[in-house]
Design a protein around this ligand. Structure first.
Ligand code: FPP
Length: 246
């Protein structure tokens, strides 16, 4: 296992959990079996992330575009999600983890929303890692809804157009109050962002692995974190400037 520097653990880790379908197809199994195995990886990574000291973990669990999948797969994913939230809430309490959700919750079935509300309420007092599930989430949708809310507030006289700074705009997003991700992991070999956190990923370090999500292990997770620790984050500055600041 890689040796990790506790001083350089990403504060906020975001993950695009991809490749469940391909994992299943390669084994002549139904796609949903891949999602079931993917849910097991979620359990393991949530636990590991909290153990290594990550403060915010954001998982892309269901995109706005995923509604276009066959109805049976969508239903199965919703059932799996509900089961996961229900089963894991007790463990979240033990591990001091808080639930949070981003995305268009009005698209989600009522029973899922109820389960989410209950889990959010129960875990609200926890002070450890915040686990954010992106559900029915699309970044362009989030950005345009934020712009609409801002426009309404300007029209209502609550703020002036000149008040719209980067921080003010950011506070209108679903992620308002969360720090930007320091590190993004995407599994299964696809090298794209797929409408995930477009605004928030401006300075995020990106990591791509060929491993499909159900096969992603603790070892690989540590390898990814070690890769992050070896990077120099300059935020547009030169190396020399950065060294003078540290
Ligand atoms: C990508 O696999 C994954 C998803 C559509 C969503 C992620 C879902 C899970 C990890 C399972 C349940 C989640 C929770 C939180 C319990 P894909 O179907 O796009 O894979 P493919 O690209 O190989 O078809």
């Amino acid at each position: 296992m890689e040796q990790l520097d506790p001083a350089k653990i990403p504060n906020h880790l975001a993950i695009i959990m991809d490749g469940n379908g391909r994992w299943a197809q390669q084994r002549m199994l139904k796609r949903i079996v891949g999602h079931q195995r993917g849910a097991e990886t979620v359990k393991m990574i949530v636990e590991q992330a909290s153990l290594v000291g990550i403060k915010y973990l954001t998982l892309f669990a269901f995109s706005s575009e995923n509604w276009l999948r066959p109805a049976m797969e969508v239903r199965a994913l919703m059932t799996l999600l509900k089961k996961y939230i229900r089963q894991e809430t007790a463990r979240m309490m033990r591990k001091n983890i808080r639930y949070n959700v981003i995305g268009n919750r009005s698209d989600l079935p009522d029973d899922i929303n109820q389960t989410l509300d209950e889990a959010i309420r129960k875990t609200a007092g926890n002070s450890g890692m915040m686990l954010t599930m992106a559900l029915s989430y699309g970044s362009r949708q989030e950005l345009s809804l934020a712009a609409a809310r801002l426009a309404r507030d300007v029209m209502a006289g609550k703020l002036l157009p000149d008040d719209i700074s980067i921080d003010v705009f950011g506070s209108y997003l679903d992620t308002g109050g969360l720090p930007d991700p320091d590190f993004l992991i995407r599994t299964s070999g696809e090298m794209r962002i797929s409408n995930f956190l477009l605004w928030q990923l401006a300075y995020t370090e990106l990591y791509f692995t060929d491993t499909n999500w159900p096969d992603f292990t603790i070892d690989e997770f540590h390898k990814a974190l070690a890769d992050f620790q070896a990077r120099e984050r300059r935020f547009g500055m030169t190396s020399a400037q950065l060294n003078r600041r540290n």
